[in-house]
Design a protein around this ligand. Structure first.
Ligand code: PFF
Length: 467
C-alpha cells in the first residue's frame, strides 16, 4: 500500500492504499476462499439434499451476492474509513442520519461470532496437517477416519489446543500488519488449491461413485426444498463471499479510486464459486463410494478427504499439502474477519494495531470455547438450532449477514443519491450500470426479504390467509 491519495479531491484512506488492483482482488479472494468453500459448502449441501440447494445457492451468489459485493466495495471506497465510521459518514453525507452505522456495528459483532467457531474448525485443519504427515491415513477405511476425527473433535483439550494455535497465528499476523505479504501468497495459494482439487477430482472420478456424486450435486429434487433450504442457500452465499458484515467494505476503503469495482467483484465471485463447486465434486463421489453419510455435518470433509489421501498414490504428500493450503486459506479469511473490528478499534480509540488485535483476539478466543465444547462436553446441550456452534453459525450466516447485506443494498439503491453512486462506481450509466442498479434496488432486497419471510413460514401463512 502507498499513502498517496488517488486524487480527484476525494477523501483519503486513513490506512493507505492497496498497491494495485491485483492486491485488492487477492485480499478479497483470500477472504472469500476459505473453510466456507471447502468445509462448509459440501456439508451444508449434504444436509440440504444436494442439487436443488446448489442451484438456489448459485442463483443467490450471482443475482444477490455479486451486486451486494459491488455495493459493499463502493460504500467502503466512498467512506474510506472502518465500516462503522464509513456508514455513519455516508449516512450523514446523504442526509440519512448517522444511525446507518448499525450496519458497521453488526458487522463487527458478526466477525466476533464467526471467527469464534471458524477458528475451531481451522484448528482441526492444522491438526490434520500433522496427521497427514505422520501417515495416519495411509490405507485408511471409513472406520479409521471416523476414529481419527472423533479422537480430535471428541477431546476438548485437543480441539481447544488447536483453536488456540490458530487464533495465535491469526493475531500475530494481524498485529504485525504483515497481511500484505500473505496477500501476495494468495496468488500461489488459490491456483495451488485448485490444482490439488483437480488431482483429487481425478481420483474421485476414477475410484468414487462419480456419477452419483454429480447427480447429487446438480440434479434438483424440488420436493426437498423448503423455506429453510432457501435460507440456508442464501446464508451460504453470504458466508462464502464474505459479504454483509463490512469485511469487503473495510478492504474497499483501501481501494484506489480508478480500479473497476464490477471487474474485481466478478473475478472474486468466480474464483470463489469454482473452488466451492470443485470441492463438492471431489467429496460426494468419495462419500457415496465409502458409505459415508452426506448429512454427516461439520465432520464431513474430515472423514471423506482422508479416505482419498489414504488410498491414492502420493497421498501423504498431497494430503499434507492440501491441509496446509486449506489452513492457509482459512488464515487469510480469519484475518479479514478481524479487520472491521481492528480498523474500528484503531480509528475510534486511537489504539495501536497490535494492541487492538490482541484485545480483540483474546475476546474471540474466549468466546470460541463455546464452540470447542459443542463437539464434546456440551455436544448434547442443544437449543434453538442445535449446539452453541450451530447457533453461532445460524445466527451469523442466516440472519446477521443477510440483514447486513439487505441494509447495504437498500442504502446503495434507495438512500444514496444517484450522483454519488455513479460518481463512485465510475462505469457510466450504460447497460452494466443499469443491470447492477436494477439488481441492487429490486432483486436483492426483495429476494432477501422474501427468503426471510419464507423461512419463518409467513409466506405460507399469508397465502393461506389470502385463500
Ligand atoms: N468467506 C470465508 C469462507 O468462505 O471461508 C468466511 C468469511 C470470511 C465469512 C469473512 C465472512 C467474512 F466476513
Amino acid at each position: 500500500m502507498s499513502d498517496t491519495e488517488a486524487g480527484n479531491g476525494r477523501r483519503s484512506s486513513l490506512h493507505g492504499f492497496w498497491s494495485s488492483k491485483l492486491a485488492f482482488i487477492l485480499a478479497v479472494t483470500g477472504s472469500a476462499v476459505g473453510l466456507g468453500n471447502i468445509w462448509k459448502f459440501p456439508y451444508v449441501a449434504g444436509e440440504n439434499g444436494g442439487g436443488a440447494f446448489v442451484l438456489i445457492y448459485l442463483l443467490c451468489v450471482f443475482a444477490i451476492g455479486l451486486p451486494i459485493m459491488m455495493s459493499e466495495t463502493l460504500l467502503g471506497r466512498r467512506g474510506r474509513r472502518n465500516p462503522v465510521a464509513s456508514m455513519a459518514l455516508l449516512g450523514e453525507e446523504e442526509g440519512r442520519g448517522s444511525w446507518w452505522q448499525v450496519v458497521g456495528f453488526s458487522g463487527v459483532l458478526a466477525g466476533f461470532f464467526i471467527l469464534s467457531f471458524y477458528s475451531v474448525i481451522a484448528g482441526w485443519v492444522f491438526a490434520y496437517v500433522g496427521k497427514s504427515v505422520s501417515g495416519a491415513f495411509v490405507g485408511a477405511d471409513a472406520a479409521i477416519v471416523k476414529d481419527v476425527f472423533g479422537g480430535i473433535a471428541g477431546s476438548w483439550v485437543a480441539t481447544a489446543g488447536w483453536h488456540t494455535v490458530f487464533m495465535l497465528v491469526t493475531v500475530v499476523v494481524v498485529a504485525r500488519g504483515v497481511e500484505r505479504g500473505l496477500e501476495q501468497a494468495v496468488t500461489l495459494m488459490v491456483p495451488a488449491l485448485i490444482g490439488i482439487l483437480l488431482v483429487l477430482l481425478g481420483y474421485s472420478a476414477a475410484t468414487g461413485e462419480f456419477e452419483m456424486g454429480v447427480r447429487f450435486l446438480f440434479e434438483p429434487d424440488w420436493s426437498k426444498v423448503s423455506g429453510t433450504t432457501v435460507l440456508a442457500a442464501l446464508g451460504q452465499a453470504f458466508f462464502t463471499l464474505s459479504i454483509g458484515m463490512g469485511c469487503v467494505m473495510a478492504y474497499g476503503a483501501y481501494l484506489p479510486q480508478e480500479t473497476s469495482i464490477p471487474a474485481t467483484a466478478t473475478a472474486v465471485v468466480c474464483a470463489d464459486t469454482a473452488v466451492a463447486i470443485l470441492s463438492g465434486l471431489v467429496i460426494f463421489p468419495i462419500v457415496f463410494a465409502n458409505g459415508l453419510d452426506p448429512m454427516a455435518g461439520p465432520g464431513l470433509i474430515f472423514e471423506a478427504l482422508p479416505l482419498s489421501f489414504g488410498n491414492m498414490a502420493g497421498g501423504v504428500v498431497f494430503g499434507t499439502l492440501f491441509f496446509l493450503l486449506v489452513g492457509f486459506a482459512a488464515l487469510t479469511s480469519a484475518i479479514s474477519l478481524m479487520e472491521p473490528a481492528v480498523a474500528w478499534w484503531v480509528e475510534s480509540r486511537g489504539a495501536t494495531r497490535a494492541r487492538a488485535s490482541i484485545t480483540i483476539g483474546l475476546i474471540i478466543w474466549a468466546l470460541g470455547f463455546l464452540s470447542v465444547f459443542s463437539f464434546n462436553l456440551l455436544a448434547d446441550y442443544t437449543f434453538l438450532n442445535g449446539t452453541f456452534m450451530d447457533n453461532f453459525d445460524y445466527l451469523t450466516s442466516n440472519i446477521m449477514l443477510p440483514l447486513g447485506g439487505l441494509l447495504i443494498t437498500v442504502f446503495c439503491g434507495w438512500f444514496m443519491s444517484e450522483n454519488s453512486v455513479t460518481d463512485e462506481l465510475n462505469v457510466g450509466t450504460g447497460r452494466l450500470y443499469r443491470t447492477w442498479r436494477f439488481l441492487t434496488r429490486y432483486i436483492a432486497p426483495v429476494a432477501v426479504i422474501f427468503v426471510f419471510l419464507n423461512a419463518v413460514g409467513w409466506l405460507d401463512w399469508l397465502s393461506a390467509a389470502a385463500a
